[in-house]
Write a protein that binds this ligand. Structure first.
Ligand code: NAP
Length: 266
């Protein structure tokens, strides 16, 4: 069989851990495949997706800023991606391209062992693509979800689309999720949540993974909260992507090791 070609579409070109993750999975599973980053600006997105058919590319991860626009370019959109309103994966089969969202599965796999979450309260900070996947996953757990965002109208729209509520959480949430870039390198001294409102009974999940321990997570740990970094979400969404084209399951622990090595290299 010919070598499979996979990759990631993103713009601008920047640091992405996805090649390290997928290549580690190919090595571990003995898959004959390569994974390349493609810097594709918005005006070339449609041509890039057509090129997927023309070049026989098997799968593309879809990153910022294309996660919504690709929904219009796929031949088929999964129910989950349609409801979330974003896709992070295009998989080609013959001439047909299907759009899926594995970000929300990454959230589910990351948090499920820390539950049960049914009926518990969550506050999600942010209302972009990551927040939509997070909110979808938490609602699937049966949580009561409040979305809080710098631009309130976006929080209201997200909450209305997915069935959450928007605004400030009155009571201490059981789970706090940061789905904004606040605290990410090169601004690791920023935090999206007031330190004084962290309570020991809270679980705090930061989707940021650069740095692995953000200021939010460090302060949460110091206050006695249970904490979760963003790298497992990235690993699990990649594991789910690989399953979509190869049917194979990669070991998340091994992929996390490869991602940590790539993070150290910068
Ligand atoms: P996005 O669609 O651009 O949304 C960014 C969100 O963050 C918006 O709600 C925005 O608020 C808010 N925000 C941005 N800067 C802010 C600031 N200075 N103060 C307060 N709010 C701010 O981005 P995204 O795709 O959702 O990604 C958000 C973050 O999630 C990324 O930076 C990344 O760290 C993380 N992420 C992690 C994974 C993972 O696998 N771990 C996957 C995807 C994303 P406005 O609406 O007001 O602009």
């Amino acid at each position: 069989m010919a070598t499979e070609l996979c990759g990631i579409l993103l713009h601008p070109a920047g640091h992405t851990l996805s090649p390290a993750l997928h290549r580690a999975a190919y090595d571990a599973l003995g898959l004959d495949a390569v994974y390349l980053p493609f810097d594709v600006p918005a005006e070339h997105l449609a041509a890039a997706v057509s090129g997927m058919r023309a070049l026989g590319i098997r799968q593309l991860s879809i990153s910022i800023p294309h996660k919504q626009a690709v929904l219009e370019l796929a031949d088929e959109v999964s129910e989950d991606a349609r409801r979330i309103g974003a896709a992070n994966t295009l998989t080609r089969s013959g001439d047909r391209i299907r759009a899926d969202n594995t970000d929300w599965l990454g959230v589910r796999r990351t948090l499920e062992a820390m539950g049960p979450w049914q009926g518990r309260r969550a506050t999600v900070l942010g209302a972009g693509g990551a927040a939509r996947a997070v909110v979808f996953a938490l609602l699937e757990f049966g949580m009561q979800v409040t979305v809080s965002n710098r631009t309130q109208e976006r929080a209201v729209r997200l909450a209305r689309d997915l069935g959450a509520r928007a605004g400030a959480q009155q009571k201490t949430p059981d789970l706090l999720v940061n789905a904004t870039p606040v605290g990410m390198d090169p601004n690791p001294d920023d935090t999206p949540f007031p330190t004084g409102r962290l309570e020991p009974e809270m679980t705090v999940f930061d989707t940021v993974y650069r740095p692995l321990e953000t200021r939010l997570l460090r302060e949460a740990r110091e206050r006695g909260c249970r904490t979760q970094d963003g790298l497992d979400m990235l690993v699990h969404q990649a594991v789910e992507q690989l399953k979509l084209w190869s049917g194979r399951s990669a070991d998340p622990g091994r992929l996390r090791g490869a991602a940590e090595e790539a993070l150290k290299r910068g």
